[in-house]
Design a binder for this molecule. Sequence first.
Ligand SMILES: NC(=O)c1ccc[n+]([C@@H]2O[C@H](COP(=O)([O-])OP(=O)(O)OC[C@H]3O[C@@H](n4cnc5c(N)ncnc54)[C@H](OP(=O)(O)O)[C@@H]3O)[C@@H](O)[C@H]2O)c1
Length: 319
Amino acid sequence: MRKHRICVLGGTGFIGRHLISRLARQGHRLRVLTRRRERHRELLVMPTLELVESNIHRVSELSARFKGCDAVINLVGALNDGPAGSESLEAVHAQLPGKVVEACQFNGIRRYLHMSALNADPEGPSQYLRTKGVGENQVHAAARDGMAVTSFRPSVVFGHDDSFFNRFAGLLALSPVLPLACPETRFAPVYVGDVADAIMLALDDRATYDQRYDLCGPHTYTLRELVAYTAKSMGAVRLVVGLGDGASRLQARAMEWVPGKPFTRDNYLSMQVDSVCRSDGLAALGIEPTSVDAVMPAHLQARSRAVWLNGLRTLAGRG
Ligand SMILES: NC(=O)c1ccc[n+]([C@@H]2O[C@H](COP(=O)([O-])OP(=O)(O)OC[C@H]3O[C@@H](n4cnc5c(N)ncnc54)[C@H](OP(=O)(O)O)[C@@H]3O)[C@@H](O)[C@H]2O)c1
């Protein structure tokens, strides 16, 4: 296997951490760009990893950071526009990929792997899906200029450190009743390790050049089923109340005012389309998909036990 020097954008996030630890284990040399190096110092235990603070939205800075790399992986993404003064979805999903391609071309880097999202489409129902679609199309247009581009389009991604199951587990721990927006939207959760493997396998495989891979897990669930599954795995008896369309929209409007924007009108719009695959990207790459059952129940049980023990410690005055 060829050892690469890879520049990774978004390598500090949920999917990124799984990917970079696998890449480092295979002996690739990694340069991970981040907005705040101090926040991710624990990554420096990986001996072949360089963590570099950068403003990746400036082409000149990207061009300087890519020097000496022979492949670039871009995992940067956000669910919503950031707070005032920070980058918008348009900047992060639609404009950044073009800048990354430009900086690759400046450095003569041909290999570029791009993280998009299932249902990304310039005509999609939400700003998230539209900006993802524009960025994805833009990087594939660069294939005409000799770039070897592969993009990945996962459904919701799960793992012990995800923000999907863990967020619902947190909400379910707070209250016996959970009002749930868009309860009938369907998802095919895909395991973070399988997503990381897909990117690793594609890296040196010429058959993946200029291809787009939809990535889904082996089973499809409604959101209501996933939340009920989370409660059951936690050993909690909870009432999940599915909201109708009007109430779902109202909930999104209200939750936009909650710090961290746990649910927004744009998220509601993204959920107007099912997050299920039309083609099987994992199978095309020869990856056997991991089920939710194989990973999440044990984690969710351990998580709720830890929350319970912490509660007891606090009650005993040792918290
Ligand atoms: N998780 C899922 O279920 C899922 C599903 C489909 C698609 N995706 C896509 O997969 C990618 C990775 O997802 P994830 O769950 O790992 O995300 P994540 O944990 O939120 O990580 C996002 C990464 O992007 C960087 N980032 C975010 N906003 C940025 C900004 N304004 N400027 C520069 N860097 C920024 C962060 O880097 P620093 O903070 O270090 O700068 C971080 O490393 C994203 O493109 C996402 O849209 C994820």
